[in-house]
Write a protein that binds this ligand. Structure first.
Ligand code: 2AM
Ligand code: CA
Length: 257
């Protein structure tokens, strides 16, 4: 079995176990702590899931390194070798306030290049995954790439900061050229909206490597463009102001702003 297939089978098994862990914890009360701000939260579940996933990765792939949100991974200064990106709960604020609209995300990169990405929409029990060169799947069913629509032909997704802070007003003008704005509060779920063709772009003012890594693999497989706000490649060692877009809308967002 190839290394990619071995990882694919294990990741799917681990995501299933993670979903059971979340389900089992529903009856218990969540322990919520603030991180950098009152709206930047972490729960005992974020930590428990990341710890469980990092333990599984380390015991199966001891040579590999891990970039995770909650600190159980390694401190990376480069992307050499095989690197795993983990976001145990993407959309923690939704998880705490809504108990829905959050995702579990895992991606594997080799020498800085995306190999396989996984986004599990916990509420709808749908696992989206993509393997470079093999396509994008929902619960293992192959999907086809959405139409390459321009900005004026579809909806644009954003994050709260972009909508509320004056520093990003130019993007509000761009959003005004689309057919409308949508906002889910989970980078992973926004990527799923792009995969489905429900939105034509997702523009977010601040995303971490684990927010970007799995979606980048799937969306590039479908011909989408991913860059920072200057139109340059994203850097998976730091946070990025990020644009995910159809190829046609990308030129309108990056070039014409
Ligand atoms: P999280 O829930 O894993 O933190 C919400 O707009 C999206 O942005 C979510 O995917 C959220 O991921 C991410 N996010 C929230 N606050 C962030 C921050 N301070 N830096 C980077 N990403 C953030
Ligand atoms: Ca998270």
């Amino acid at each position: 079995m190839s290394e990619i297939n071995k990882r694919d089978q294990l990741i799917k098994q681990w995501i299933k176990e993670t979903a059971e862990m979340i389900e089992d914890a529903k009856e218990e009360s969540l322990k919520v702590e603030e991180k950098s701000a009152r709206n930047d939260l972490v729960t005992n579940m974020d930590k428990q899931i990341e710890e469980a996933l990092t333990n599984k990765i380390r015991s199966n792939f001891p040579e590999d390194r891990i970039c995770g949100e909650e600190g159980f991974g390694d401190n990376l200064e480069d992307l050499n070798g095989t690197v795993w990106f983990i976001d145990p709960i993407d959309g923690t604020l939704n998880f705490v306030l809504q108990q829905e609209n959050f995702a579990v995300m895992i991606a594997v990169y080799e020498e800085g290049k995306g190999v396989q990405g996984y986004i599990y929409d916990v509420t709808s029990k749908k696992l989206y995954h993509g393997i470079k060169g093999q396509g994008v799947f929902c619960n293992d069913k192959p999907l086809s790439a959405p139409e390459n629509k321009g900005l004026s032909e579809g909806l644009m997704a954003t994050n709260s900061q972009l909508m509320t802070q004056d520093a990003f007003s130019e993007y509000r003008v761009i959003a005004g050229k689309s057919m409308g704005v949508r906002m889910l509060g989970s980078a992973g779920l926004e990527v799923i909206e792009l995969i489905k063709g429900n939105v034509i772009a997702y523009v977010a003012t601040k995303l971490s490597p684990w927010d970007i890594a799995p979606g980048k693999i799937m969306l590039e497989e479908f011909g989408y463009k991913i860059s920072n706000f200057s139109g340059e490649p994203v850097n998976l060692l730091k946070t990025n102001q990020t644009i995910f877009s159809t190829a046609r809308a990308f030129d309108e967002i990056v070039t014409n702003k």
